[in-house]
Ligand binder design. Structure first.
Ligand SMILES: *Cc1c(COP(=O)(O)O)cnc(C)c1O
Length: 220
């Protein structure tokens, strides 16, 4: 087993001081690794692949809160709609509409984060500012989704200034989301920060970090 228990305990301690949520990113890692952190009290886990998530969910305790953090294809929403806790990577109106449709079928409301593209040098999924605005226009009509905030990834770079500025950009957009007249918009979550940059993300206002390799070891 490659789970780094002491790194986990340190991280939980750091985060609890500032009440920042931890999503333990368990993609590609075995169910036994998830169970090891579960036994220490971890309940939020993040996965990137639909089939893998569905398989793991069926084998693990029912009180785990499953976060879908990968790129979600519309035709696969139906598989996770019955149980998913939070979908982080919503990057199109069509996807949000499909989530709404599947949530309705399952007689529930699904919490979502809109993914914003801020990284400079990589092609990553996400909405630009204009597209974010367009998606927000559709939200009031989609009553079986609740938009809880934004998710983003900074550039994978040693350039601290660049990464910091990208987190700042996300924080700024997050701060502009609030529109109390939209009942299914509750901007409480800013999901940013991974193993390599979570400290800086927290300094820049993250409320939820998604940490994988620091806890579970490198992925091959
Ligand atoms: C894999 C992944 C993470 C975790 O990355 P680590 O560097 O292993 O902490 C976080 N967020 C997303 C969207 C991911 O795909």
């Amino acid at each position: 087993m490659s789970v780094n228990i002491s790194a986990y305990q340190q991280l939980v301690k750091q985060l609890s001081d500032s009440s920042i949520a931890l999503v333990a990113v368990s993609k590609i890692k075995p169910v036994s690794d998830i169970k090891a952190l579960y036994d220490l009290g971890q309940r939020d886990f993040g996965e990137n692949y639909v089939q893998e998530l569905v398989d793991k969910q069926s084998q693990l305790p029912g009180d785990i809160r499953w976060h879908f953090i990968g790129h979600l294809q519309s035709n696969k929403v139906k598989y996770i709609a019955p149980f998913v806790h939070l979908i982080h990577g919503v990057d199109s109106i069509n996807l949000l509409k499909e989530i709404n449709k599947q949530a309705l079928k399952n007689d529930r409301v699904i919490d979502c984060l809109l993914q914003v593209h801020v990284a400079k040098e990589e092609t990553k999924f996400g909405l630009d500012e204009g597209e974010l605005h367009d998606v927000m226009m559709e939200v009031p009509a989609l009553k079986n989704v609740q938009v809880k905030g934004l998710m983003g990834m900074a550039s994978f770079s040693d350039d601290e200034t660049l990464v910091r500025n990208e987190f700042r950009q996300l924080r700024k957009l997050f701060g502009q989301l609030d529109q109390p007249e939209i009942l299914n918009l509750k901007p409480e979550i800013l999901s940013m920060g991974m193993s390599g940059d979570y400290k800086m993300a927290i300094e820049e206002g993250s409320t939820m970090v998604r940490v994988g390799s620091l806890l579970f070891g490198a992925r091959v």
